[in-house]
Each structure stands twice: as structure tokens, then as C-alpha cells.
Design a protein around this ligand. Structure first.
Ligand SMILES: C[S@@+](CC[C@H](N)C(=O)[O-])C[C@H]1O[C@@H](n2cnc3c(N)ncnc32)[C@H](O)[C@@H]1O
Length: 316
């Protein structure tokens, strides 16, 4: 057993604002059922937590944690733990654009999803983000060594993603394969156009299309995790140009549920004001998913309180 002090990353404040400590506690619940104790030292925030020695390495991949220390009496001894990420951090953090999902929040969602996966669903974990924007979720998945697919309705993101991947591969001398093509026949709307990025055995693919058509676009492929940050801000519109994504999600729910493997987990980031949690949960319950009692609300602005909805597909 190790007695740890985890230094909370300043990036967590940027992701969760005034509610960052509560969000950290939710993520630390990924590691241990024992609750972690918040210990501020000056301007620094630590959480004290006791963990089995073999679990210490898992701390490195928590989105909220900047450093890991062992408590020895009053002294804090830094521990060398590694994330073993497969991509340089610039692939995830380096490119900034309007509408990007906060990178720390995206990793947080991925960690919650991984935590709730059932063991037999852990083999060859593949990640789907059916509203993937420019691919923050997919790039995190690749960093974790997981292959991922995404769907995005706007064709304009494709050249931007291509350019950004090319840039970071060049800067970091990352060996890779980058290709594009069509899923199905090419057409004037570019539906089915894809971009594929492969590093070693891990790949991501982004396909142009409507998230409501996920089952057809993905040709029945199933995923262990579905992680997505839903449209919630002024700059994000759903395909019907309304600001409340509920109607779009009703159209998506059947295909998203079908795209999950039994035992698979869906984590959605959403604005509590629209849709309401209960309404959102009901949409996915109606399609056979079980809503888990996980919540991490954090106020981002006057009109946005972001939260997560975590659902599981029964193992069958
Ligand atoms: C909050 S943003 C996701 C941003 C993304 N996580 C990133 O960091 O780049 C939501 C995305 O969903 C896309 N979207 C909304 N409705 C969609 C639909 N029906 N089908 C496909 N994509 C959709 C929007 O175009 C937007 O890029």
C-alpha cells in the first residue's frame, strides 16, 4: 500500500472552473472506493489517497493530476510515474480552434468510460465519437493506444485536421500513415468522405456524415466506448440549426446504442440547461442503455453548466 499525495493540475481549473475539486473527486473515484482527502498547501491543491502499489501507475493518466508524491511522515517524495502516451501532447493540446472541447475534460470523459467498462469489454477497446469536431476525443484515444472513429457533419474540418496532423507529425518526427477516401461511393455532398491517421497499430478515422446515421455509416461496427461532447454553445448548432440538441439526439439514440458492444459505456458531455439531464437520460434509456449515477456539474458561464451523462449497455 502506498500513501499518496496527488498534486492537482492547474489545467483542471481551466476545465472545471470553480467546481474543479468536486470534479477531481469524481475522477479519483476511478481509482479507489476510499474517498480522497483534499489538502491545500498554500496555493497548491493536493488529494491524499492510499493505493495498492500495483495501482499507483494508473494515477498518471488522470486528467486532474499533475504530480504524484509519496507521503513519508511530513515529507512529500516525488514519484516517477509515466503516462506512456503514444502521441506527443501537441497532437491533443497543440491546435486551438473555436468550439474545441477542453482537452482535460475530454480526457476526464475517456477515463470515466474506461472505469465503467466491464472486463470482457476491455479487449481491443475501440472508441467512437459520433460528433467529433476536429477529433480531440479521437486523439486522446490514440494517445492511450486505442483505435477510434468519429463522425462530423462539417466538411470544412477535414482539411484543417489534415493540416494539423501533418504539422505535428513533422514537428515531432512522428512516423505515420495519413490517407483519405470515401466510405461507399463518392458524392457531391462529400458524405462518407474520410480521413485516416495511423501510428503503429493504432488508427483514427473521421467520416463526414450525420451522427443520426451512425449505424449505416459505421456498417454495424461496434465499439466499447462512445465518448462525445454534445453541441451546447452558441457556435455549435445541431443539424436542424436549433440550439437544443435533444431532437437530434432522439434521432441518434438508436444508432448510438446499436454501435455499443454489450458491456460498453457511453459518456456524453452536455449543457445541463439544454437538454435537461432527465430528458437526455430518458432518450437513451428508451434505447436499452442503463444510466449510471455519475455526475460532475461545473459552471462554465452564465448559460452553460456542463455535466456528464454516463450510460452502460447491459452485458447481455
Ligand atoms: C462540442 S462540438 C465537439 C468538439 C470536439 N470534441 C472537438 O474538440 O473538436 C460538437 C460537434 O458536433 C457536430 N455535430 C452536431 N450535430 C451533428 C450531427 N447531427 N452529425 C454530426 N456532427 C454533428 C458539430 O458540427 C460540432 O463539431
Amino acid at each position: 500500500m502506498k500513501q499518496l499525495a496527488l498534486l492537482i493540475s492547474p489545467l483542471a481549473r481551466g476545465a472545471f472552473f470553480a467546481d474543479y475539486l468536486a470534479a477531481c473527486e469524481v475522477e479519483l473515484g476511478v481509482l479507489s472506493s476510499e474517498s480522497a482527502v483534499h489538502v491545500p498547501i498554500g496555493e497548491l491543491d493536493f488529494f491524499h489517497l492510499d493505493l495498492a502499489t500495483e495501482d499507483v501507475a494508473k494515477v498518471a493518466r488522470l486528467s486532474c493530476v499533475q504530480g504524484v508524491f509519496e507521503r513519508r511522515g511530513d515529507a512529500l517524495v516525488p514519484m516517477a510515474v509515466s503516462t506512456h502516451f503514444q502521441l506527443h501532447a501537441d497532437f491533443v493540446f497543440g491546435t486551438k480552434y473555436r468550439g474545441k472541447t477542453n482537452e482535460v475534460f475530454t480526457q476526464f470523459m475517456l477515463n470515466l468510460g474506461l472505469q465503467h467498462l466491464e472486463l470482457d469489454a476491455r479487449d481491443k477497446i475501440k472508441v467512437l465519437d459520433p460528433m467529433c469536431g476536429r477529433g480531440t476525443t479521437l486523439l486522446w484515444a490514440m494517445s492511450y493506444g486505442l483505435s477510434a472513429k468519429g463522425i462530423e457533419q462539417h466538411i470544412k474540418v477535414f482539411p484543417e485536421i489534415h493540416q494539423s496532423l501533418k504539422k505535428w507529425c513533422k514537428v515531432h518526427r512522428q512516423k505515420h500513415e495519413l490517407s483519405s477516401g470515401f466510405v461507399g461511393a463518392s458524392n457531391k455532398q462529400n458524405d462518407g468522405k474520410f480521413i485516416r491517421f495511423k501510428v503503429g497499430e493504432t488508427a483514427l478515422q473521421i467520416i463526414k456524415g450525420d451522427a443520426a446515421d451512425a449505424a449505416q455509416i459505421l456498417k454495424g461496427e461496434r465499439f466499447s466506448l462512445l465518448i462525445s461532447d454534445l453541441p451546447y454553445g452558441i457556435q455549435h448548432h445541431t443539424s436542424d440549426r436549433t440550439r437544443n440538441p435533444l431532437e437530434t439526439l432522439k434521432a441518434c439514440a438508436e444508432g448510438w446504442s446499436a454501435s455499443l458492444k454489450p458491456g460498453g459505456v457511453m459518456v456524453l458531455g452536455f449543457n445541463q440547461y439544454q437538454p435537461k439531464r432527465d430528458d437526455l437520460a430518458a432518450v437513451f434509456r428508451d434505447h436499452g442503455l442503463v444510466v449510471l449515477p455519475v455526475t460532475a456539474p461545473h459552471r462554465m458561464s452564465e448559460s452553460i453548466v456542463r455535466d456528464v451523462l454516463v450510460c452502460k449497455k447491459p452485458a447481455g
